[in-house]
Design a protein around this ligand. Structure first.
Ligand code: GLA
Length: 401
């Protein structure tokens, strides 16, 4: 105190202000962590209907996926019917009563999502929202919708190419304005609705997505249930880490875990990398017929915790050696996750991978936990790590040195 007495008042105020607890900005109202749930497209595509959505909601509860964090049940394309003379869009015969369906999903403690686009038609050529943005947004809110995926599709031909045939820059401005329009229409409803942009990453959407109210934006074209597609998408995420933050996420597309011909190693790698990338975790598989080993991947709590880390920092690509890539993600409290992924088609015996801790900014033996076996693992410099083709080692270091 004696010291304080001799300090000039201005300096004293400065010190006190600097030491006061920092006023934290409030967490975003929607998508403070990447949205988790299920979407109908990857497995059911146009075969989605009211019954299938109810079954998916039931299964999210029965399988424990809801308890693991999967909350959104998202209806993708092909629910739309025709507009009437007042411009009101009706559902088609597969969805007899959308409000009743939303009530059912909500009664399970889940949330419900829907799909449209800024053009006249969706990608599957169903009715979209051009000229009816406010009306549609209000209808979604009245139904109790919690999530909208808004897919560019026919807006390209309907508006961009028509209004600005030889002017790419103007086409992009029109596209951004269309996304802004629906962003504002959703906001005007007063209902918290997650806004998901789907325009395949055009015009560096990660730079302007937040300004149109987007909570997530697709960074690539459509994912397919085969390794090359999953890996191409992983590759396209390099350099995007900076743009992810609570409320605003890069979306490398919905999960294909359990679909197509992905092996268990590939499913594990796909899921691990989406968690590293702070990606939305929207399962896209046939929930009523899910194999136990697929469920075990989708409900691995330790891996989900990486995805949902409250700091919201996406992993960045650190280095590769031979066909093995290393990615690093900073976690809350100074912890770190490291993913070591064999992207090659062989077990890497011919060119053994050795861990280079310095390239990860680490020094000395690191006490880690392998998130797929749950076992402790010490990481030492230059240690050899052998991984099967397309398999991954995902570890969490609580106190990195
Ligand atoms: C586009 C999207 C997909 C899906 C389909 C539906 O291809 O990228 O995710 O929504 O449309 O028609």
């Amino acid at each position: 105190m004696r010291v304080l007495k001799h300090l000039p008042l201005a300096l004293l105020i400065l010190i006190l202000v600097a030491q006061a607890p920092k006023a934290r900005s409030a967490p975003p109202q929607v998508a403070p962590t990447p949205p988790m749930g299920w979407n109908s497209w990857n497995y059911f595509a146009e075969r989605v209907d009211d019954k299938g959505i109810r079954a998916a909601a039931d299964q999210l509860v029965a399988t424990g996926m809801k308890d693991a964090g999967y909350i959104y049940v998202n209806i993708d394309d092909t629910w739309e019917g025709k507009r009437d003379e007042n411009g009101v869009l009706h559902t088609n015969e597969k969805f007899p009563d959308m409000k009743a369906l939303a009530d059912y999903v909500h009664s399970k403690g889940l949330k419900i999502g829907i799909y449209s686009g800024p053009g006249t038609k969706t990608c599957a050529r169903y009715e979209a929202s051009l000229g009816h943005e406010e009306q549609d947004a209000k209808m979604y809110a009245d139904w109790g919708i919690d999530y909208l995926k808004y897919d560019l599709c026919s807006f390209r031909q309907d508006v961009m190419q028509k209004q600005a045939p030889n002017d790419k820059a103007e086409q992009m401005r029109l596209m951004i304005a269309a996304y802004d329009k629906m962003g504002k229409a959703l906001k005007a409803t007063g209902r918290p609705i997650v806004y998901s942009l789907c325009q395949y990453g055009w015009d560096n959407v990660w730079e302007w997505g937040p300004s149109v109210g987007a909570n997530l934006w697709r960074t690539t074209g459509d994912i397919e249930a085969r390794w090359q597609s999953v890996y191409d998408i992983i590759n396209q995420q390099k350099g995007l880490a900076l743009y992810a933050a609570p409320g605003h996420w890069n979306d490398p597309d919905m999960l294909e875990v359990g679909n197509g011909r992905l092996s268990m190693a590939e499913n594990r790698s796909h899921f691990s990398m989406w968690a590293m990338l702070a990606a939305p975790l929207l399962a896209g598989n046939d929930l009523p017929n899910m194999k136990p080993e697929v469920k075990a991947i989708l409900t691995n709590r330790d891996v989900i915790a990486i995805d949902q880390d409250p700091l919201g920092k996406q992993a960045h690509y650190a280095y590769s050696s031979g066909e093995v890539e290393v990615w690093v993600r900073d976690l809350q409290g100074g912890a770190r996750a490291i993913a070591i992924l064999n992207v090659g088609s062989d077990v890497n015996e011919t060119h053994p991978f050795r861990l280079d801790l310095a390239k990860l900014g680490l020094h000395g033996t690191e006490h880690a936990v392998d998130l797929w076996t749950g076992k402790k693992l010490d990481l030492t410099d230059n240690m050899p790590i052998q991984l099967a083709s397309h398999d991954i080692l995902l570890v969490r270091i609580a106190e990195p040195k």
